[in-house]
Write a protein that binds this ligand. Structure first.
Ligand SMILES: [Cu+2]
Length: 271
């Protein structure tokens, strides 16, 4: 009786073992570290979790494959008339063989779950100083409104090192805004505003595509994100602003000419 209760304790301890790293991870990290997510950008954080999942799958896969292979060879039938006999296991041992490997999996899953939840929080935690870009999707275009009168089609320019939040809607059907390298995709729908944010830390270009089939030219609905040095961005923005102002002045002028012409025609008709 004594031996039996002792082995239950051993079994219980073994079952609890895989949960220890999970609990340590979940409770040890203080809020400050958590908020900063170890200084990782969301995309680097995503990569880290992904690599861990891959490593995990490989390690577990190799171990389980080796065990299965060992049993296959060790207990291979040697003759046609050979009759196997099941090993003499106690009830406890049988439960152990089923439950312990399951708990190893589960402990590992919980560990990754906690890490993935951190990533999820970071992805939904927009830095307060993020620049807002209004995105309007249409068949088949991405329009980026910088909020100061400047807007661009199929091309978005941002300065390096500044977080950007996209506030997105659609003029027609459902689209989905995907920025390569940043691991963000969000559906863009008419009548609703959805959002996603990115932290550009590397100069250069990334592809932006639509990830929701939206009609015949869906495959052509791709543009690019250009991450620039702050000085280059400022220079570009100054020029774009001047262009936008000139364009709107032109529009006002043509509208005025249109009005004058229309009133002259009216006068002519009256006279
Ligand atoms: Cu689309």
């Amino acid at each position: 009786m004594k031996i039996k209760s002792l082995s239950y304790k051993v079994l219980g301890t073994l079952l609890a073992l895989p949960l220890i790293p999970t609990l340590v991870y979940a409770f040890e990290m203080d809020t400050a570290v958590r908020k900063n997510y170890n200084g990782l950008t969301p995309q680097a954080h995503w990569d880290e979790v992904w690599h861990e999942v891959m490593l995990d799958l490989i390690v577990i896969g190799v171990i389980y494959f080796a065990v299965a292979l060992f049993f296959m060879i060790r207990y291979k039938r040697t003759g046609h008339d050979q009759v196997g006999k099941s090993p003499k296991l106690t009830g406890q041992a049988m439960i152990g063989w089923v439950v312990i490997p399951c708990m190893l999996f589960l402990g590992d899953d919980l560990f990754l779950y906690v890490k993935a939840f951190d990533l999820h929080n970071q992805m939904r935690n927009v830095p307060a100083h993020a620049q807002t870009i209004k995105v309007t999707a249409s068949m088949w275009n991405w329009n980026y409104d910088y909020g100061n009168g400047v807007d661009t089609d199929m091309e978005l320019r941002v300065p390096v090192g500044k977080p950007v939040i996209f506030r997105m809607t659609s003029d027609d059907v459902v689209h989905s805004h995907y920025v390569d390298g940043y691991h963000v995709t969000e559906d863009v729908m008419p009548g609703r505003v959805t959002w996603e944010w990115i932290m550009p830390v590397k100069l250069g270009e990334s592809v932006i595509t639509c990830r929701e089939y939206c009609g015949a030219n869906h495959s052509k609905m791709y543009g690019k994100l250009i991450v620039m040095k702050q000085a280059d961005y400022d220079a570009w923005m100054t020029e774009a602003l001047a262009d936008a102002k000139a364009e709107s002045a032109h529009r006002v002028a043509s509208a005025a000419i249109g009005k004058v012409t229309a009133s002259k025609i009216n006068e002519g008709q009256e006279g």
